[in-house]
Design a protein around this ligand. Structure first.
Ligand code: ATP
Length: 246
């Protein structure tokens, strides 16, 4: 029998509470290698909490998380993952080039590797003309491109993008979708935490719908949607859950 490949992100029975308030109630979730995975859910569903647990930024109460087979509590698990928060920020007086160098060092790249990669990364992200500009003077979209350069420079297998479409103009959204598919073509897996269903639908291979700390649906996008749109699937899934309450 063929063994199925080990998931890059494997979350089993994850429970997290803030004080007495449950935020995640027994979440099971897997992201396989080479896929774009959409983590969907209404406000307060638990998406950010789940990502923070996976990055070991906050403790959880029960369950297990493995990143590329390594317990997510162990620092070495972070080699497998690079993260772009919703509001990327950096020291305002650094130049774009200095910021990219900083992140390269953080990812353990030596200077030779940085020099070999940075030209292509700046070109891909349209940052060539901005290299000498200070971070504090960039527009929101430009700043996000600097954050994305951090992901492109890294060798991390799993890239986690938190609400990456928020605040982007239509050109920025189109470019980001292309970039996500570029990440996938380079062999990365991408976990998108997003509200913007139409954009996720165009790039995701698989999704999970989270609601009130539980996964209501999870799997390959086409199989889940059948003949529906992602928006129809999303609302049908939520209303089924709400309707089945006692
Ligand atoms: P959004 O889409 O609005 O960002 P989300 O799906 O990311 O929401 P979380 O931010 O994970 O949701 O929040 C899940 C639940 O946990 C919410 O009810 C929220 O109020 C609560 N919560 C999150 N962080 C804290 C905290 N630090 N202290 C107390 N409660 C929190």
């Amino acid at each position: 029998m063929l063994e199925s490949p080990m998931p890059l992100l494997d979350i089993q029975n994850l429970h997290k509470q803030y004080g007495a308030k449950p935020a995640l109630r027994g979440v099971n979730l897997t992201v396989e290698e080479g896929m774009v995975f959409g983590l969907l859910g209404p406000n307060g569903a638990g998406k950010t909490t789940l990502v923070k647990c996976a990055l070991d930024l906050i403790p959880y109460h029960l369950g297990a998380i493995r990143l590329d087979g390594v317990d997510a509590c162990l620092p070495e698990s972070r080699r497998a993952v690079a993260y772009l928060p919703e509001r990327f920020s950096f020291y305002p007086y650094y130049t774009v080039l200095a910021a990219t160098r900083f992140y390269a060092q953080l990812h353990g790249l030596d200077d030779e590797t940085f020099q070999a990669r940075i030209g292509k990364v700046l070109e891909t992200l349209k940052l060539v003309d901005l290299v000498k500009q200070k971070i504090g003077t960039l527009s929101k979209g430009q700043l996000q491109r600097v954050g994305l350069s951090n992901l492109l420079l890294s060798d991390a297998k799993l890239l986690i993008l938190d609400e990456p479409f928020s605040g982007l103009d239509p050109v920025g959204i189109r470019e980001l979708k292309d970039l996500i598919l570029h990440f996938k073509a380079l062999g990365h897996s991408v976990l998108l935490n997003s509200h913007i269903l139409a954009e996720v639908e165009q790039v995701a291979d698989a999704v999970a719908i989270l609601h009130e700390g539980r996964v209501l649906a999870q799997g390959p996008l086409e199989a889940l949607k059948q003949d529906k749109s992602l928006e129809e699937l999303f609302f049908a899934t939520l209303s089924k859950a709400d309707g089945s309450r006692p």
